[in-house]
Design a protein around this ligand. Structure first.
Ligand code: URP
Ligand code: ZN
Ligand code: ZN
Ligand code: ZN
Length: 471
């Protein structure tokens, strides 16, 4: 059914203005003043902002990791994402060395297809680079529309790839039109520091942070950036946490290298001291890279403001405290890494960013949606409010004051790392391709309604997808 959203203030990465939006056939059909259509449902957005739906470029839903499986799947994870104002997620498809890439992609399709309530896409992990893998990459791009490859520089003996693999992936990405993403930490040095800590009997959660200091993130980030320059390729550094890594990215960008970076809400508002909470509660705050000392937070905010960092991902990878995080009692290396963030990503950025004067309203939209669509081959179909774009829309009340709590969260995990944090602003209604997923804060969507998105090649607009997929 047609809809007209009336009386709201439209905010894009470029503009802020009052206008009505007519939605027809899943798309934005018209933007203008005093629109009328007797056959349309009228949605009153008086007093609210109308943002393009959030795009979360970094999720791990139902992912086997750390001896268990992340708790939120494509059902609970995307419902929670929608409650939080997100209308597209890009999830990481893990791969196994020596096995066909398509097998892994098929597994990811199987677990998402009938569950996702919003549109979704995949990045693909590259763990090795050889003739066999090289041969498969063109079909990953052309048949699956997966145009971003993830290389892990850490998690030794699990996901970690060597520098040769990273460099060859950068070369191939340049050739094929894909973006390379890195988890940048020096896994070999971490492995050594971890062994030393365990030998010394240092087993509490805080040692997770102390054995992965900012220097190992800064070093790996700088290494990946230099290799990107050498390959004349393109790089996106996921979950940047610290001054050392921001400096490495800024230095590469000054040299003209195509290096970009993402940070996550947890690094903007939580800090290393959370890992010292008593009764093993520090395990709730174990991420890799770890939470940092507080002074790094203002460096991250500044980088979002100046553009040395461009995007905000959730790195959603949730585990229950009871039954999952506690696998690491007595040995911090066995604590599953990650947390439930997908629902609060947009609200934290709005409240801590816009409301506290660190970024503008338009920068907020860019960081949580537009720049992500442009980076990952989804623009202008996604990531903006313009005629012809998918009607993925977030109606947001900027005045509501509330306190984040697991009691009111929709994520499946048994705690919320932002428990007790006060935020201003709340998603009220969310539309995915013209249909309500959230209406007046209630979930009204349908399982499996989300479409799998084949993305454009790196740097190309979605209008060029036709050429890519009609071959
Ligand atoms: O701790 C984290 N970040 N867990 C998810 C996996 C990853 O490295 O992104
Ligand atoms: Zn990572
Ligand atoms: Zn420090
Ligand atoms: Zn991640």
């Amino acid at each position: 059914m047609k809809k007209i959203i009336k009386n709201g203030t439209i905010v894009t990465a470029a503009d802020t203005y009052k206008a009505d939006i007519l939605i027809e056939n899943e798309k934005i059909a018209l933007i203008g003043q005093d629109l009328t259509d007797p056959s349309a449902e009228v949605v009153d957005a008086e007093g609210n902002y109308i943002f393009p739906g959030g795009i979360d470029p970094h999720t791990h839903l139902e992912m086997p990791f750390g001896g268990t499986v992340s708790k939120d799947d494509f059902e609970t994870g995307t419902i929670a994402a929608a409650h939080g104002g997100t209308t597209t997620v890009i999830d990481f498809c893990l791969t196994d060395k020596g096995k066909p890439l398509q097998n892994s992609i098929d597994q990811w399709h199987a677990k998402s297809k009938d569950k996702s309530v919003i549109d979704y896409s995949f990045h693909l992990m590259i763990g090795e680079m050889n003739d066999d893998v090289l041969e498969q990459l063109p079909s990953v791009i052309e048949d699956e529309g997966i145009t971003s490859f993830k290389v892990f520089m850490a998690y030794k003996n699990v996901f970690q790839a060597d520098d040769g693999t990273l460099f060859r992936t950068l070369e191939q990405a340049k050739k094929l039109g894909a973006l390379v993403m890195v988890h940048a930490e020096n896994g070999d040095v971490i492995d050594h520091l971890v062994n030393k800590a365990l030998e010394a009997g240092q087993t509490d959660p805080i040692y997770h942070a102390l054995t992965r200091p900012p220097e190992v993130e800064g070093e790996a980030t700088g290494r990946a950036a230099e290799l990107t320059g050498l390959a004349d390729s393109q790089l996106y550094v996921v979950h940047v946490t610290c001054e050392q890594a921001v400096d490495a990215i800024a230095k590469a960008r000054k040299k003209g290298y195509n290096v970009t970076g993402e940070t996550c809400p947890q690094y903007l508002v939580l800090d290393q001291s959370y890992l010292e909470k008593p009764d093993f509660e520090g395990a709730k705050y174990v991420w890799s890279p770890p939470l940092r000392e507080k002074h790094h937070q203002e460096v991250l905010w500044k980088a979002l403001k100046t553009g040395d960092l461009q995007t905000l991902g959730s790195d959603q990878c949730s585990f229950d405290f009871k039954g999952q995080k506690d696998l690491g009692k007595g040995d911090f290396t066995k604590i599953p890494n990650g947390g439930p963030i997908i629902e609060d990503r947009v609200s934290i950025l709005f409240s801590e960013g816009v409301k506290k004067g660190r970024i503008t309203l338009n920068e907020f939209v860019d960081i949580m949606s537009t720049k992500i669509a442009k980076t990952f081959g989804l623009f202008p179909q996604k990531g903006t409010i313009s005629v012809g774009a998918d009607a993925d829309i977030l109606i947001f009340d900027p005045t509501v004051e509330r306190t984040i709590s697991v009691e009111t969260s929709h994520m499946a995990a048994d705690y919320n790392p932002f428990e007790g944090i006060k935020v201003t602003g709340q998603p009220i209604s969310v539309l995915s391709r013209g249909d309500f997923v959230i209406k007046n804060k209630e979930f009204v969507g349908k399982l499996g309604k989300g479409n799998y998105l084949k993305r454009s090649r790196y740097g190309e607009l979605t209008s060029s997808k036709e050429e890519l997929y009609q071959k």
